[in-house]
Design a binder for this molecule. Structure first.
Ligand SMILES: [Zn+2]
Length: 109
């Protein structure tokens, strides 16, 4: 009996939603975000996905990524918080990541 290999692809949208290929909305021609319908990009597996975090060791992107998994930025209603962060000259990470890092830190405490 032939074994079926699990599809390891990780998919992500411009809206910040990301997850496994099994979590996407497949009702259309191409896989889309299950929350907002935005088209998705893909990487081959979770290792390739997290490898991107290693490019920026000074910022805990992995913590932010883990926090935001399955969350669509269009559902979050962060416009005011994001604007406040964008106005702060002391912020070193890109503003959206700074916000994710703060949320991840708050959830952990
Ligand atoms: Zn979305």
């Amino acid at each position: 009996m032939p074994s079926r290999k699990k599809d390891a692809r990780i998919v992500y949208g411009m809206c910040t939603w990301w997850g496994s290929i099994y979590e996407v909305d497949k009702s259309g021609v191409i896989p889309t975000c299950p929350h907002c319908g935005s088209p998705l990009y893909e990487v081959e597996n979770i290792e390739a996905w997290y490898k991107q975090c290693d490019l920026y060791p000074e910022i805990d992107y992995r913590k932010a990524l883990d926090w935001v998994r399955g969350k669509c930025s269009r559902d979050l209603g962060w416009e005011e918080e994001l604007a406040a962060i964008q106005a702060d000259p002391s912020i070193t990470a890109p503003p959206i990541w700074e916000l994710y890092l703060r949320k991840a830190g708050n959830d952990a405490s």
